[in-house]
Write a protein that binds this ligand. Sequence first.
Ligand SMILES: [Zn+2]
Length: 330
Amino acid sequence: MRTQRYILGLLVVLLISAGMVVWTGRAFSARRLLTLYRTRGTEWELSAPPPQYRGLTAPWRIGVQAGHWQVEALPWELSRLRTSTGAHYRDFREVDVNLSVATKLVARLQEVGIEADLLPATVPPSYNADAFISIHADGANRPGVRGWKISTPWRPSPASKTLHGFIADSYGRHTGLPQDRYGVTYNMRGYYAFSPHRFQHAIAHTTPAVIIETGFVTVAADREVLFNQQGRIVEGIVEGVIRYLSRKNPLEWQKLLPQASPATTVTAREVPLYVLPDRDSPVKERLLQGTRVLPVDQEPGWTEVIVWRNYHRFGWIETKALQPPESSGN
Ligand SMILES: [Zn+2]
């Protein structure tokens, strides 16, 4: 009787394990379990798996995601986003712009000899490419807002920052649209597809990535470009991608690694948190002395921080107002 129960229990465990393997699409390797274990404490604590290096001779490959496309098919781990169908204004839908632009962008990249994948909302697990570009369009009821913006993930790799710089430079020139300079949101920085430490269906942490809000579907002047002049959008992105690829040194794989810094503390009395690393940019709030912050990006003299465990509160502060990393007590 006892043995029978034992065998039955064992069978149930085996069945559940088999189910997990089928459901997740792969076995839980020791490394994966270790990574899960290590990231349990804080989502920012990246363990360091070896970079998924694409080699010296692999053809260039770009992933182009049509934002919100096929959200209904998102896997279980992202099921809360299945209703995230994107912005719209009357009959103008963001997802139509995203899919149309992404399709044309993929065709254009292939035309110039670059391998390109058209990706829906679901990203293949640990998607590995020379760049991942997520195409979106924005919507807002606030008067005066319009134009485009581009964002890297939190803690961007140097490669992601370079890609960002080239596309930001060419996009405005080709489209003629203004930049929504202060418009990048925490939803863009923490985009689910950028987060391999939280989701399996995300890019590899060594894939350089940007998300582009191509314009506002709620603004007539933006809609003119978004719906009727998509060729300009495509050229704006393609130029940036080609400039990035042509300057990329495949030997410098370290540039693919996200930049990590330990949490630290505000040491100055009351510090303005700016939208950009620029004293002329708007001040979001003032951080009090002793505020715990997590550095997520660096520029000369400036550090971008998230207020500890509150990633809705982020911005740039002058690095001299922070405790230097080597002396920061954890
Ligand atoms: Zn969107």
